[in-house]
Design a protein around this ligand. Structure first.
Ligand code: TYD
Length: 213
């Protein structure tokens, strides 16, 4: 069992510009309406705690050695799990995180080339239970989109951070690593074709069989 807490853990993932931010808040509201007796906790990575938000500023702005970057991502994640995610799941809450560990595999692994062995070690270190299992989201919604389409969308809407300035090949590698992770664990992932319209994507999200009870 991946999450043996009474709560429900959901993560949203995708390359920058895939559109996850458009839907994540509305999805939180939808679950809150469906489960009025449960608290829905909205959080994000890197970030989610005071320390994590400080680390986020550094991670998104400062150039740094790749291993330092991966270690800081997982340090922020350890704090996030200890202070926010695990207590909320323990208390039976629904936790929705804008990105989680799949992003480290995709960006630091696929994108920047850190070895998957090192990432697997960090994942085991930060999410490993004494039972030998890993704490993972119950469900990961992956917004999948060709890098070239995402790039066109990004260029219209925002000032790029450190990652968003990377080239097209980088984003294609990020995308492929997300898809590889999804193939490794198909029961956890739901892949959304993010080239579709917002309305079609929303209809798909609403009909997802999310069972938080
Ligand atoms: P993002 O979630 O897209 O936030 P915003 O919508 O405010 O831009 O930005 C977070 C960035 O951090 C994104 O480019 C992916 C990157 N990232 C990693 O490289 N590794 C990680 O482990 C995580 C969680 C994020």
């Amino acid at each position: 069992m991946k999450n043996n807490y009474p709560g429900y853990f959901l993560s949203f993932e995708g390359i920058d510009g895939a559109g996850k931010s458009t839907h994540i808040e509305a999805f939180g509201k939808l679950l809150q309406e469906r489960y009025p007796d449960k608290e829905v906790v909205m959080t994000r990575e890197p970030g989610g705690t005071a320390l994590g938000e400080e680390l986020r500023k550094l991670l998104l702005d400062a150039p740094m050695n790749l291993e330092t970057e991966a270690l800081l991502m997982f340090a922020a994640r350890r704090e996030h799990l200890a202070q926010v995610i695990e207590p909320a799941l323990q208390a039976g809450k629904i936790v929705i995180s804008d990105r989680f560990t799949d992003a480290s595999f995709a960006y630091q692994g696929g994108g920047r080339g850190l070895s998957l062995d090192k990432l697997n070690d960090l994942e085991r270190w930060v999410q490993g239970r004494t039972s030998g299992t890993l704490l993972q989201p119950n469900l990961t919604i992956l917004f999948d989109l060709p890098g070239v389409v995402a790039e066109a969308r990004r260029s219209q809407v925002r000032i790029p951070d450190k990652f968003e300035k990377m080239d097209l090949d980088f984003f294609e590698r990020v995308r492929q690593e997300y898809l590889r992770r999804a193939t490794e664990d198909p029961a956890r992932f739901h892949i959304v074709d993010a080239t579709q319209t917002k309305e079609v994507i929303w209809a798909e999200l609403v009909s997802l069989p999310v069972k938080c009870a």
